[in-house]
Ligand binder design. Structure first.
Ligand code: ZN
Length: 362
């Protein structure tokens, strides 16, 4: 007898960028599967992935005439005695960012249309729970870095009406709203200045519209600026505990405490270099490392404020999970470690649903 998979609502994937690139090369495999990467519809169903935050991440590139030329996220990694350092990525051009963003958002809507009811872009908690309960993959539209949004926030209003329900003001590069956190290990997330005036306006506007403000790629001062201003639960969609893995992308105990006080949530990133105490980018990372991170996050945040934020299609996954079809192996490892069905449902989707209910307007 097979035990039905516990439905997972996942805080972060980069499938749209992979699909966008694939489409430009003529391929499209999301609905039928058999493609590259970590996530497509058949593998989501196999692993119990019922819904997720679909990120629009704009890699470096340029606008050329009527087209955009999309580059690779070229991380200039320097190995140091104790770990690694990557300089803060350069800013990207706003015109290019807007075009690439619209292309990826449009791609998601076309995918929804072609899915014949198998994938739905959800805008309310009712739509989200109906999709998850009905075997329809629920997609939450998220911007990972808000370069496509002008400082007057006109594009925010339009994208919100189109379905945008979550955004990170910055990826790990500066823009008009703030300064991202560079990738460094071991290092403090306190790497530079906080939000700009436009960044503060963005926080207020997201609160007004009911858009999740993702803290995952902000540096520490930016984090505290959002914490001081925002009226919504504090959310990091794909991060982990700095006390275990001291990467700049991870959250210190003080930050975790602030998230707890706000009744927010941390979606645990599956990216191996964000989880391991040694910070290595090593796929042969045992599930015990993920279980230890969950234990620590639960101890700091409470079981109600921890979820998953896989980073499928955007990071090196532990081989023990592999791709979306491997989610039950993580759930199984947590169950074997002592988390009961109630706790597993909280981690897998109920906590995310609570935070979205408290953040979204309807
Ligand atoms: Zn990310």
């Amino acid at each position: 007898m097979t035990v039905p998979a516990i439905p997972v609502l996942d805080g972060h994937n980069d499938a749209l960028l992979r699909l966008y690139r694939a489409e430009r090369e003529g391929g499209d495999t999301f609905l039928d599967g058999g493609g590259a990467g970590h996530l497509d519809l058949p593998r989501a169903r196999a692993g119990g992935l019922a819904g997720g935050f679909f990120a629009v991440f704009v890699p470096p590139g340029v606008a050329v005439d009527d087209d955009v030329r999309v580059g690779e996220p070229d991380l200039d990694v320097t190995i140091t005695d104790a770990g690694y350092e990557v300089p803060l990525a350069p800013p990207i051009d706003a015109t290019y960012a807007r075009r690439a963003t619209l292309a990826m958002v449009a791609r998601l809507f076309r995918l929804e249309e072609r899915s014949g009811g198998r994938l739905r872009v959800v805008r309310t908690v009712d739509e989200l729970t109906a999709a998850m309960g009905g075997g329809v993959l629920a997609a939450i539209l998220h911007l990972e870095g808000a370069e496509a949004i002008d400082p007057d926030l006109d594009a925010l209003e339009v994208l919100y009406r189109a379905g945008l329900r979550s955004l990170g003001a910055v990826w790990s590069r500066p823009n008009v709203f703030g300064h991202g956190v560079p990738f460094r290990y071991p290092a403090s997330p306190d790497t530079g200045p906080g939000l700009t005036t436009a960044g503060r306006d963005l926080v207020r506007a997201c609160n007004r519209l009911g858009i999740v403000l993702d803290l995952s790629h902000l540096n520490e001062r930016g984090f505290w600026d959002v914490a001081a201003l925002s009226t919504a639960p504090l959310v990091a969609t794909h991060s982990a505990a700095h006390a275990i893995c001291p990467s700049t992308r991870n959250l210190t105990d003080r930050q975790l405490h602030a998230i707890r006080v706000s009744d927010g949530l941390v979606g645990m990133n599956f990216e191996v270099s964000a989880l391991r105490p040694d910070g290595y980018d090593e796929p042969d990372t045992p599930l015990a490392v993920l279980v230890r991170q969950v234990d620590y996050l639960v101890a700091r945040l409470g079981i109600e404020r921890v979820g998953f934020g896989s980073d499928f299609d955007g990071a090196t996954m532990p081989r023990a999970i592999g791709d979306a079809a491997g989610l039950p192996r993580l759930v199984g490892a947590l169950r074997a470690h002592g988390y009961d069905d109630g706790a597993l449902r909280q981690l897998a989707h109920e906590n995310w649903l609570r935070v979205l209910r408290k953040t979204w307007r309807d």
